[in-house]
Ligand binder design. Structure first.
Ligand SMILES: *Cc1c(COP(=O)(O)O)cnc(C)c1O
Length: 342
């Protein structure tokens, strides 16, 4: 099967499996797992933050971050297609008691000017703004990247008003690879950042939340409350370390393959996509011109050994990663062409 549904489907590499087997471990709830301690230190270094926390999922990392920066009854400003709003089971409300204030942003990329107009003080009618959340790269907008200046402007503006900014950087390493700048430079202005090692970086499990030491210390307690206190988690941290050290060099290749897919898709009658907008490893394309619903195309592709999901009736999303090479992408294009030509 050529699996382009997501970069979460990546299997751990041989080096990861070896490192997992050999990992030195202890009880991390006591702070005694040396490999977890090491990955948290490395995550703090690569993000340029004081401290980091190893969490089982990106959802938990974002959930803890929202909780750290807000109090009940506040608003969290985010983009209308953001992961925190649409794909985390309403955790902004469920755990933090906050209301999302969604802004429809072009390509999922907020600007300070858009954010500024939605900021509310506490008033007789309003919930006070508690946090601004930005997603980089933006998943459902097709792996789009925040320009460094946009991040800087949002953070400067927010900080001036005493507000914090959290970056959902599930794929911030993809942004770094595409821009050819270090992750720490991208996340320098934000207060906290979450990144996933379980996506294109290839580790089987885990994400890291990085930020100021006092916030991360409080975050550790929220992780325990959420059921994320893991014991000999060094076996997972060992793979996460390799994901951080070794996989980022391979991401440019995924981006190349995504561009190849987009260019191929743009030549298939009835499919529309702008290859120039594909900057990282996600390709979102519109199939409405084929006269087929995305679910029909998915079903046809599956019979031909290719997995690509729809994100709605008209749009589909293909995500490249190290388990799908260039030849597999070409094969996927061929099968897609055959499916829509029928
Ligand atoms: C995958 C993802 C997350 C976290 O997802 P988990 O499945 O909980 O690890 C968060 N934000 C974005 C943008 C993502 O793509």
């Amino acid at each position: 099967m050529i699996d382009l549904r997501s970069d979460t489907v990546t299997k751990p590499t041989a080096a990861m499996r070896r490192a997992m087997m050999e990992a030195e471990v202890g009880d991390d709830v006591y702070g005694e797992d040396p490999t977890v301690n090491l990955v948290e230190r490395r995550a703090a270094e690569v993000t340029g933050k004081e401290a980091a926390l190893f969490v089982p999922s990106g959802t938990m990392g974002n959930t803890i971050a929202v909780k750290l920066h807000t109090t009940h009854g506040q608003e969290v400003i985010c983009d209308s297609r953001s992961h925190v709003l649409n794909y985390e089971l309403g955790m902004i409300s469920w755990f933090s008691g906050c209301v999302p204030r969604a802004i429809a942003a072009a390509d999922g990329i907020l600007t300070w000017d858009q954010v500024r107009r939605e900021i509310r003080p506490l008033g007789p009618h309003w919930a006070q703004t508690g946090l601004i959340e930005i997603e980089n790269t933006h998943n459902m907008a097709g792996g789009t990247i925040y320009p460094l200046r946009a991040i800087r402007e949002i953070c400067d503006g927010a900080h001036e008003l005493g507000l914090k900014v959290h970056m959902d950087g599930a794929r911030v390493f993809n942004a770094a690879a595409a821009m050819n700048v270090p992750v720490r430079e991208i996340v320098e202005p934000v207060d906290t950042v979450m990144f996933c090692v379980s996506k294109a970086l290839g580790a089987p499990v885990g994400s890291l939340l990085a930020g100021p030491a006092d916030a991360i210390a409080r975050g550790r307690l929220y992780r325990k409350r959420l059921g994320g206190g893991m014991r000999q988690a060094g076996v997972l941290a060992a793979a996460a370390l390799i994901a951080i050290e070794e996989t980022p060099q391979c991401l440019a290749n995924d981006h190349c393959n995504a561009r190849l897919l987009a260019e191929g898709l743009s030549r298939i009658p009835g499919i529309s996509v702008d290859p120039a907008k594909v900057m990282t490893n996600i390709v979102i394309f519109d199939v409405s011109g084929t006269g087929m619903a995305s679910a029909e195309i998915s079903a046809c592709l599956k019979q031909r050994g290719v997995l690509i999901n729809g994100i709605n009736e008209r749009q589909m999303r293909a995500v490249t990663h190290y388990d799908v090479d260039r030849a597999a992408c070409e094969q996927a294009l061929e099968e897609l062409g055959a499916c829509v030509a029928r």
